[in-house]
Structures are given as C-alpha cells and as structure tokens.
Ligand binder design. Sequence first.
Ligand code: 6R9
Length: 803
Amino acid sequence: MASTYCNSASPSSRNIYYNHKNRWKRNPCDRYGYSSSNNNNNINCNKYSKSVRARRSNPAPISKFTTCYCWPLFKHDFNPSFFTSHFPTNPQLPSLLLPRSGAGGDGVPAMASDKLRHVDSMTTLPSRAGKIPKLNALILGEALASEEDHLIIPSQDFSEQAHVSSPAEYLEMYRRSIEDPAGFWSDFASQFYWKEKWGQTVYSENLDIRKGSINIEWFKGGITNICYNCLDANIAAGHGEKIAIYWEGNEPGVDATLTYKQLLQRVCQLANYLRDVGVKKGDAVLIYLPMLMELPIAMLACARIGAVHSVVFAGFSSESLAQRIIDCKPKIVITCNAVQRGSKTIYLKDIVDAAIAESVRNETAVDICLTYENVSALKKESTKWVEGRDTWWQDVIPKYSDTCDLEWVDAEDPLFLLYTSGSTGKPKGVLHTTGGYMVYTATTFKFAFDYKPSDVYWCTADCGWITGHSYVTYGPLLNGATVIVFEGAPNYPDPGRCWEIVDKYKVSIFYTAPTLVRSLMREGNEHVTRYSRKSLRVLGSVGEPINPSAWRWFFNLVGDSRCPISDTWWQTETGGFMITPLPGAWPQKPGSATFPFFGIQPVVVDEKGKEIEGECSGYLCVKSSWPGAFRTLYGDHERYETTYFSAFPGYYFSGDGCNRDKDGYIWLTGRVDDVINVSGHRIGTAEVESALVSHPQCAEAAVVGVEHEVKGQGIYAFVTLVEGVPYSDDLRKSLIMTVRKQIGAFAAPDKIHWAPGLPKTRSGKIMRRILRKIASKQLDELGDISTLADPGVVEELISLADS
Ligand code: 6R9
C-alpha cells in the first residue's frame, strides 16, 4: 500500500496538493474495476459512493430505523421515563422519542444492566492502547455515580429562544443527519458562497481498511474560498461595520478593534504580499505568532490565496519548530519579535532564528522570515536580524493594496496542516481540506453555542491549537461573529482578568478549558464575584474531561446558575465538535459531554472491536464520515490508516475511552494510548522520552501521566542514568531544561523519578501499567509482576519514590 498521499512528500516539493493521480490509483473505486485513467473519474466515483451509500443506508426503511443504525438514543440507551421525569419544560414526550417496536422487544428499550461491560484486558488490542482508566472524576475523588442522576435543566426562557429547543427537535434533526447526510449537509453548505456548486456526489467515503484505502471527500468539485465566506460574504450581507475582532493586549487598557471591513483590508494586504514574494496555491506557510490580531489575519491571508497554513503554537521550542519546518518545508515563516505573557517576555524571533538554522542543517532553507514588531514587548532595535532573509511586517505590508483577488479552490483542496502529538516521537501533520471543514465548523459553532448575531464570543484557546483554528477563527467568522482575541495570561495581573474582560466587552459566550477553570477555582470566589458577568449566556469547555466539581463551580459561580455549559468533545483530527450538549435542548449532567452532534455516529467498542450497547465502558469510535474530518496525515497516509482506522476496522478510533450511562449520556474518560493530556494539550510520552534520552547523562526514560489537580494530568518521568552518574538536583533540573528546550515549557516533567532499572517484560517492553501505579502511589494495585524480566526493580523504584 502506498505510503504517501501528497506529492509534497517528496523532499524537493513544497506544494501541498493532493496528488490526484495517485489518489485515483489508490481510490477504492479501483476495486470495483473502474480505471484510474478514465477521464470520467467523477462518474466512476459516483458509482462507488452510491454503492457505499447503499450499504450504509441499507436496509433503511424508516420503520426499521431504530434498529439498523447506530442510534444510541433510540436503540438501547434511551430511557423515555428519564426524560418525562426530568425535563418538565417539555412535559409531553413526543412520539419521536419513544422507542419503536423492535428497539427492545415490545417498545421498551433494552435496558442496560445485563449489558454492562467493562474492558479488563488490553492484550488483544493492536494499537498500543492502555487499559481504560476509571473515570477521571473518580480518581479526583468525586463519586460520579451520585452525579449521574443530577440533572441541570436549561431554563424555559433559554430553551424557547434556542436554535434547538428540546430533545425532540434535536432528535428530529439528528435523525435526518444520519438518514440523509447528503441532503442534511448540502442544506447547510448552501448557506455559503460557492463559485461553482459541488458535483452530484455530495460525499464519498471508505472508513473500512478491509475494503481498501481510507478515503473521505465532501463537496468535491465545489469551488469556494473560506476567507471569502468569513469576510467578503459578511460584508456583502451588510455587516462590514460590525466588529470582527476585539483585541485585548497583555496589559489591561491596551486594546484594538477591527471591523469586518478593516479585517478584510488587512488580510488583503498580507495576501498581496505573500503572492508578491511567490507564495502560490498549495504552498505551505508556517505561522509562529502569539495571540495578536496578526495571527488570524495571517491564517485568512493564506486561505485567500489558497496557501496552506501551518500554525505552530508559540510555546513550542526551536527544536519542535524546526521539526515542523523540516516536515512541511514552508517558503516563508511569519512571526513576531517577542511577546509579553503575564510578566514574562518571550523572545519568539530568537526561537525562530534557532529553528531556521537547525532546518538549514537539515537541508531545508526558509527564504523569508516576516517579522511583526510587537512594540509593547520589544523594540525593533533590540531584535536580532538576519539581513536578506528577515523583513519587518510593518515596513512592507501597509504598502500593499487592501483589495486582493481570491484564489478559488476545490472543496477538497488543503486548507491547513496542524501538527499534533501521537504515540511516537514524530508529530503528525493533520491535514484539513476546505469545503467540509468550512461547513462543519460553522454549523457546530452555531448550534453548540446557540450563537446569535448579537453575541460577543470569547474562546480563550490559542490559535496554535485546533480550538483556535476552528473556534477562534473560522467557525465564528463564518457566522459573522464578534470575537475576542486575548494576548495575555488569564491570571494577569490578577485572577479576575477573565471576568474583567467579560464585563469590558459584554462577552455572552465564554469557551475555555477545565484546567483554567480549576486554576481560577483555587484563587477564591471573590475574583469572580467582584465582576458582574451578567452578559454571559453560554459557557463552554474543551480539551479534557471536566470534573463535576469544576463544572459546578463554573456553572454556579461564573454563570450564576443561568448559563448552560457546552462540554464539547472533539479532536484536532475531527475538525469540529463531535459530542456536545446543545444548550437549549438537553438536560445536562455535570461532567458528561452528553450526545453526538448532527451527523456523528459514535460507537463504543470492546477490546475486540465489537460494538457494545447500553450502559458500558469501552473505546470511543465513530462510524461513517462527517464533513470536518481530517483527510490524511501530511505525507504519511499509511500512518493515518494505521493510527486511526486499523485498531477497530470499520471505524475511526479516537484514542479515547468512554463510559455510556443508563440514559445514553457519554462520559469521556481520557486517552487510552500513550498520549498525555496536560492542561488540555496533547503530549506524546514518546516525545518527552526522546527529549530526555537526548541528555548525555540519561540512559533510558519512561514517561507516564498522573492525575494533577489543576492540569488534569501531569508528566511523571522515570529516568535511568548512564552508569556511574550520581543522582543530583542539578541533574534533575538539567533534564527538565532539556525537555523545555526541545519541546517547550508546557511539556516539562512535573516529577523526575530516579530509576536504576525499569520494569520490563522478557521481550524488553516497558510495563507502563506498573509505572503508572508507582507514580500514583497505588502500590496495592501493582498486579502480577512475576512476568517481569526482573521483578526486583519494582521494589527499588518504590524505595526511590521520594528521593
Ligand atoms: C479539541 C482538542 C483531543 C483530546 C481528545 C480527548 C481530549 C478534548 C474533551 C476531551 C473530554 C472534552 N478532549 N475535549 N476530553 N471532554 N470535552 O482538545 O483537540 O488537542 O487534538 O485533543 O483531548 O482526550 O482525544 P486535541
């Protein structure tokens, strides 16, 4: 099976197009005997996709709907008495909600107790998955069982004004989205501007590795531009004077605004410059910027000319940045000289200089480094400069015209690459395309936050992560929203800063991460209560499971028990929300992400890949594609297939575990692979290990995640030193520095545990299960250690725990 999907996998090429030729060769159409060289590829693929659709919807007479789809709400998990008793604002249970005959025999849904399944052994799972941990909430000492039946019901006022006002309305829409995905998503897609409409085939997909290469396409043949739909289209609709971005600087009182019209002008100037210096459709542009307005401007400028942006979070070290530059080979890097975050100055340009030097050593030159002068952090004069390569943004960009022709692109042309951690040391370049991503981010934004044009929206995420792509930039702007972009730290100059900003801009939708909620919770309620917060109407959470006590604090204190919380489960790979409450529709359970978004068919599978029904614990997978799904890992389609589609053939495997309760609510339990989630940021254990072993005095390292009160998970590293090197605090610090330097400060281990040896099987595999128990001091749960090559190391490790 071919391993590359994009022709840019060739080191000489910088152009990120799909290789259509290869693609057709590898297209499952071939299996049906359609020739790749046939000029009527579309026609052939229509046939193929029809056959896929036929399989998918067959047999789908409406009366059998409840039994032939993955339809958790109808099939086994939906308990009608639960809603009649708990949703008084909607006292009449619509017939739609009642299980059809067949769901559980005589109209009574098959209920859970006999179906309770726990996943005990991981031995058969081929994907390096670890044992599913118990709910984080339990580990945090909160008895979730008692939470399950505690419902938070949206107020009647809220529900009445909401886009989706009741479970019945949700179910009606959800049902259509599953029965008729093409029609459902075409309706939403039609709300955007397409220069040419997509072809007859709305989508084609193969998510089953046993049937050929994995392939997902939506709206293929449709010609559009996401920047046009974010900006020009909103201006044409009469919203040119509406504020697009409120920018709030690190220091209170330093701020700026851009209307939609002004934002378009700024985007056009940069787009014209990029074109002028030779950036073309399909070229990669690397963006390493903090949360200045220039960050979304740069993303949109790339999109406008069909270039593929790759934003690297400006907290990554020069080594990590170099790794990404070497992988995607950008023509140009866009950065700024420095940023002030809280009381700290970070010299970003120095980091970029070091990264480019490292890239050059790896035969990857960067021609231009466009540098924004962030005056409040550092003056031009104090910035190190490489003549001939570096250019000041402010010197060149204002000279360009503020109108710029669009590059119209196919729905399936790449929009961006975003690197994310996997279970090996090499980050994965998640590739999203244009049309499906556009439709999906816009629709999820609108429904999950119940967005209305009068809202002021603030997402605290940085655009260096997927949340900042989909829900700072594209999703909100596609809806014509007013967005806050905040440069600073949420606890600077004091822990009330977030609520000061909420009051200042009258923020009505506030979307953040549990780690921030927990850290603000520790600072005391008075930092919240001294601000009014009365503009707030919807809250959101993302990045990791939110434990019920943080949920309650967020709901009761921040939202004055008035604002529903959209706990949105999704991933870099999914492009947009997958499981999320719709705030006016569902009674909420603190800590549960609730139910799937439209078009999403989540399934819980056991270790053998068998779907589990009813109340259960298992691996969270997704059946069938959705428009926002990633299409490949840049330059490594084989890794895409093995990482996400091979462990459980027929499904997309998320890498997360989950529980489903008796009412069908989904509770995420965290990663089951070797990925740690620190403050909502994904970090591969292998990445940290390889940084540690690069230290000359480190012989071996094994990293595990442990519960952390604020960060959700902390990084715990077992380190074996080179023979004869003594343990010391200086060495500990130097090991931590190595990780900070190679990955970034956010990946620094919280604990270094000296390890004379590591617990290994006879075949040499490190038994992380045992290390996790030692790290979390659950010594009575070590399990059988007799299979270790040297069981004695466990005692030694325990004795060194506090040294
Ligand atoms: C959007 C984002 C994805 C991983 C994902 C899961 C965790 C994200 C969550 C959540 C529970 C939520 N995750 N949202 N877990 N509840 N609401 O964070 O993308 O950086 O790719 O991380 O984050 O473990 O697999 P990404």
